[in-house]
Design a protein around this ligand. Structure first.
Ligand code: GAL
Length: 393
């Protein structure tokens, strides 16, 4: 009963807030809004009968385990109950999990989709039941019922990946300024993108290609396979094995089977990077970059890849602090449940095909071997032992 009253109240307040505030940050600035509850306060009311459904895509990648744990802990610290589900990267499993969250009467949903276009009917049902929806890291597309989006600056992730590739190839410094002693090339590279049904994959690829284009246009970089279109280089479900298989094919079709002449690989995600590296190592290109392994980029600072970076096997990753992302989701959820509009810092970029979704975007950090201590160990993201062993607790 209390849930129904809450839900109706939230729906009304959200409708008011969205009509009235044009998507700008909230925090109780609207004087006509009667709900003045501090979204982060746990005082006064018992929140344990408010349940937040959290749907994560998969546990095969350590980043999503970290995300799920951090969101759960953050919400529980505020007193909410949490219904955390993983879908094994299977779309029907995820739609079923979200259906169940709605029928059980969860009060708010935080969803990291597998296929960004597959949750439309679930979002319709959530809206009909007055359940607000936060899209987590991956934007849910083609639905007007996405109330808020928390993520990183995904275009900048792509820029950072390409910049790191250029740096690794000696063409620029770490910040992307042309290097004085740059090799004249041509240098051969290959490109990988993420899963085409994940809205982020296009942002990463566009950011990367805008950055690489001048070097491709002037002949410094050559994509020897000729595969430069997103559709040609995408990796369904971001799958490591699929990336390894495609890299093996690229090596045999374009690099004499032993990788000769391949200088670098743009990889958008650490799982893909490790698949690519396995393929490169297995044709004898070397065990480490110092031995002749090409420059391979990444993303997510997954522990296995951080260890590879530490050992000079993978060149870089893009660190997206899942603790900060989880915090933002928790803060936004608290605000929405208090009838407030969560604070956005971007209200123009993320058009999901139906509406521009107000977003809170976090910054990203490029991590090379030299940055592991400061960015990942000193910040408490991993311990030195975890980096040494390649396994996080
Ligand atoms: C994306 C996400 C990346 C990476 C990838 C594969 O949506 O933004 O950080 O995790 O999925 O899981």
């Amino acid at each position: 009963m209390k849930k129904q009253i809450m839900a109706a109240g939230i729906a009304g307040l959200l409708a008011l807030g969205m009509a009235g505030c044009g998507g700008q940050g909230a925090g109780g600035g609207d004087s006509t809004d009667e709900a003045t509850t501090d979204s982060t306060s746990t005082t006064g009311s018992d929140k344990s009968d408010i349940t937040i459904g959290v749907a994560m895509p998969t546990q095969t990648s350590t980043r999503w385990i970290a995300d799920g744990n951090a969101v759960k802990e953050g919400l529980e610290a505020l007193g909410y109950s949490v219904d955390l589900q993983y879908a094994g990267d299977d779309i029907p499993t995820q739609t079923q999990q979200v259906d169940q969250m709605i029928t059980k009467g969860d009060d708010l949903l935080i969803l990291a989709s597998i296929d960004g276009t597959a949750l439309g009917s679930q979002l319709d049902a959530a809206a009909a039941a007055g359940i607000p929806v936060i899209s987590y890291d991956r934007l849910i597309r083609d639905s007007e019922h996405v109330d808020f989006y928390v993520s990183f600056d995904n275009y900048k992730v792509g820029v950072a990946q390409a910049t790191s590739l250029l740096f690794g190839l000696g063409l620029t410094d770490k910040e992307g300024n042309k290097a004085a002693d740059a090799p004249s090339g041509p240098l051969n590279i290959e490109l990988f993108a993420g899963s085409a049904d994940d809205n982020n994959a296009g942002f990463f690829f566009n950011g990367a290609m805008d950055t690489l284009k001048p070097f491709i246009d002037d002949g410094t970089l050559v994509v020897k396979s000729g595969q430069t279109e997103f559709a040609q280089v995408a990796t369904l479900r971001w799958e490591q094995a699929a990336a390894q298989a495609r890299m093996e094919n690229l090596l045999s079709a374009n690099y004499g089977g032993n990788g000769e002449g391949l200088a670098g690989v743009l990889s958008p995600f650490d799982g893909i990077s490790r698949g690519v590296i396995t393929a490169l190592q297995s044709v004898g290109m070397g065990d480490t970059i110092a031995d002749g392994l090409p420059i391979v980029t990444g993303q997510d600072a997954e522990i296995a890849s951080v260890t590879f970076i530490d050992k000079g096997i993978q060149f870089s990753t893009i660190f997206k602090d899942t603790r900060l992302l989880a915090d933002q989701a928790v803060v936004a959820a608290g605000a929405m449940l208090a009838g407030e509009e969560p604070e956005a810092n971007d209200t123009t970029t993320y058009d999901n095909g139906v509406k521009v979704v107000p977003s809170y975007l976090l910054p990203v950090v490029t991590v090379n071997k030299d940055d592991i201590q400061a960015e990942l160990i000193d910040s408490g993201y991993y311990t030195a032992d975890e980096v040494a062993s390649g396994q996080a607790d």
